[in-house]
Write a protein that binds this ligand. Structure first.
Ligand code: E4P
Length: 223
């Protein structure tokens, strides 16, 4: 069960890297748009510098910003060239035209994270086209009310496993600690989590109570 951080914020990424529990970073144009306007390429290079400093085995997903297959392929190849990060995955949105780009990039040995997937059929087309990751948007699936996210994730996982697919499901669009839990239970290989949920994922009032009691008893015993 791998946890990725869903953020383009350098401080949030570094704080998570220091604690050693993340296996990757996912960004998207909206997350980048929250950061200072230092320039897209310059900002991604700063993330790459952080990953190289802490653990260059971690996955980094950077999204293209085009719907045109030729432009997608050009952007992807440019990202690979300028970011020089071995574990870079190119995020390409699912779509009829985009499948050509996903397949071309995969055949060229470029890892694709097929993103904005909302149902089983999108995920299956993406994996068959060669996507390394299929990103299922947990809460946006729920917002759409056509399917339950847990059904989409568990059905996709079942079919990927039966097909012995090497693709991994990333559950994104997470809005609570319960979403993280439920996405893993449903069968997501990876959940990409907004960093604001990391502390709530680890804190529990009964843990605090127990540890306070341990220290209180130990202190009393030492007197
Ligand atoms: C994954 O990286 C997705 O881009 C991200 O989780 C989407 O989240 P949102 O639905 O809150 O935009």
């Amino acid at each position: 069960m791998k946890i990725f951080i869903d953020s383009a914020n350098l401080l949030e990424i570094e704080n998570a890297l220091k604690k050693g529990f993340i296996s990757g970073v996912t960004t998207n144009p909206s997350l980048l748009a929250k950061e200072p306007k230092s320039g897209f390429e310059k900002h991604i290079k700063k993330i790459v510098t952080l990953l190289n400093k802490y653990d260059s085995k971690l996955s980094l997903s950077v999204e293209v910003f085009s719907r045109d297959p030729k432009e997608i392929i050009e952007q992807a190849k440019r990202f690979k060239k300028i970011f020089k990060y071995k574990n870079l995955s190119i995020k390409v949105q699912i779509g009829w035209n985009e499948l050509e780009a996903i397949n071309t990039l995969s055949k060229a040995g470029i890892s694709v994270n097929c993103t904005a997937c909302m149902n089983v059929t999108q995920a299956l087309l993406a994996t068959n086209a060669g996507a390394r990751y299929v990103s299922l948007f947990w809460c946006r699936i729920r917002d759409g009310a056509l399917d339950k996210p847990q059904d989409v994730v568990s059905a996709t996982r079942k079919l990927l496993d039966e097909g012995k697919s090497k693709s991994e499901i990333i559950a994104g669009s997470i809005r609570s600690v319960e979403d993280v839990r439920d996405a893993f239970i449903a069968g997501a290989h990876i959940v990409t989590v907004p960093p604001k949920f990391f502390i709530p994922m680890v804190e529990h009032f009964k843990t605090t109570e127990a540890v306070d009691q341990f220290f209180k008893d130990f202190t009393a015993w030492q007197k």
